[in-house]
Design a protein around this ligand. Structure first.
Ligand code: SF4
Length: 453
């Protein structure tokens, strides 16, 4: 299928082949779904919104409700103001959301749409909210869009009332609902009072009850996002998805923040727990200490299966930074680390981690899967870790693949299961070890087949 990928790399400046990212408004739509009773709205043509919805549907296997300004040629030439104002009127009358979160598309950005003015001119019912984020898709990636929409929540909603609420804000970044549930479980375990936004748990992993509700039970309540301006501090998980919003909250409401690596693996989870302890004054719970000990025990039991294995990993920058650190903790060798999201900070952070561990790798931001395939062709690896799109390289080069990140469209359950925290570390070790052992079983001769590994 990818038989014609050449080994030799030729410098490419204006051509991306098999991107390792998707577009900004998709990330903004995902963030918007993390507000309770929010209807995401795409200010552009219908095709864009269909793409965001179908991509999110396929990853989460859940319905994704979202609206569009339905641009046609007229809106492209004369502007989409009337479309948006009509859309807001209809949305509030028919679907009755508490809030509409508007993101822009390539087209509406190119013609320079003035969304704040349109919102001021629109008929927004009393007690309802409309927020927006500019999400030009020819810049950044879905992670940038997620970050911009989260920042939009702060800009439009967060407010300082002058009295501390004694809570910690947690910005989880672009992670699965299963990860968001795990982050909340950790906070509850440490008895820390918190506000987490956005929060897609209970929205994109809601139970099947036989009754359909356009707005499921989950999502951060608007009043909590408003109250985030009164918190003790903010923990921003993932520099690409969360730091801008934490900075905005500091600027607007003087809430201090700590920017942390997404808590994947031992060190990043330790850092997360210590930061919670610092802001909340609560000690690390015995439950979490026990889980940490279990991960170490599992590492001692299974290290012979993964130690020293060379890995190619690709995906979103915040997830890759956490994963790289964890693979180094496991004694594995990240050899190629590539994200499609642009930004020098990624290469800097990852190279720093590698150098602290006394090793090196090929690290690239704004890369594509064609480049990753070429690297693997030049010098293969034992394992690939990345999203569904990695299966074509895995098949072409006969290398096992562990599915991790977004999107995963050819497997189920992943969005319910965390990769963050100590529980997530256990799951990652299980996936990595079992994948490598399956390969050993497949390649072992009959006479060497072992029952116990
Ligand atoms: S890249 Fe632009 S045109 Fe394509 S789906 Fe995204 S916003 Fe729409």
């Amino acid at each position: 299928m990818l038989d014609h990928t050449p080994k030799e790399c030729i410098e490419r400046k204006s051509l991306v082949i098999n991107p390792a990212k998707t577009c900004q408004p998709l990330g903004a739509t995902y963030a918007a779904l993390g507000i309770h009773r929010c209807l995401p709205h795409s200010h552009g043509s219908q095709g864009c919104q269909m793409y965001f919805r179908s991509h999110l549907n396929r990853h989460f296997r859940e319905p994704v409700e979202a609206a569009t300004s339905s641009f046609t040629e007229g809106a492209a030439v004369f502007g989409g103001g009337s479309n948006l104002k009509a859309a807001l009127k209809n949305i509030f009358a028919i679907y009755e959301p508490d809030i509409v979160a508007i993101s822009t598309t390539c087209l509406s950005e190119t013609i320079g749409e003035d969304i704040p003015t349109y919102i001021l001119q629109a008929q927004v019912p009393e007690g309802k909210y409309v927020i927006h984020a500019n999400t030009p898709s020819y810049q950044g990636s879905h992670i940038t869009g997620f970050s911009n929409m989260t920042k939009g929540m702060v800009k439009y909603l967060s407010a300082a009332g002058g009295k501390s609420n004694g809570k910690i804000n947690v910005l989880p970044g672009f992670v699965n609902p299963g990860d968001m549930r795990e982050i909340k479980r950790i906070l509850r375990s440490m008895k820390a009072d918190y506000i987490m936004f956005p929060d897609t748990s209970g929205v994109l992993d809601a139970p099947l009850t036989g009754e359909y509700h356009i707005f499921p039970e989950g999502g951060t309540k608007i009043k909590d996002i408003i109250d985030s301006g009164n918190s003790l501090g903010t923990l921003a998980l993932g520099h690409f998805a969360s730091t801008d919003s934490a900075q905005e909250l500091k600027k607007k409401c003087k809430v201090p923040y700590q920017a942390l690596t997404t808590p994947i693996g031992i060190t990043a989870t330790d850092d997360f727990l210590m930061a919670i302890a610092e802001f909340s004054g609560q000690p690390v719970s015995a439950e979490l200490e026990e889980e940490r000990g279990q991960v170490i025990d599992i590492m001692a039991d299974l290290h012979q299966h993964y130690y020293g294995k060379e890995v190619a990993l690709f995906g979103d920058p915040d997830m890759l930074t956490g994963l790289t650190q964890f693979l180094l903790e496991l004694g594995m060798k990240p050899k190629y680390i590539l994200t499609g999201t642009p930004g020098d900070l990624f290469e800097k952070e990852v190279n720093q981690m590698l150098s602290q561990a006394g090793t090196q790798a090929k690290v690239k931001s704004a890369g594509d899967l064609f480049t990753l395939h070429q690297w693997i062709k030049q010098d293969p690896v034992d394992l690939i870790i990345g999203n569904t799109y990695g299966k074509y390289i895995a098949r072409a080069e006969d290398i096992p693949l562990v599915r991790f990140g977004f999107p995963i469209m050819d497997r189920g359950v992943h969005s319910y299961m965390p990769v963050v925290g100590y529980k997530g570390a256990m799951r990652l070790i299980e996936m990595i070890s079992n994948t490598l052992l399956d390969r050993v079983d497949r390649d072992t001769a009959d006479e060497d087949m072992e029952l116990i590994m």
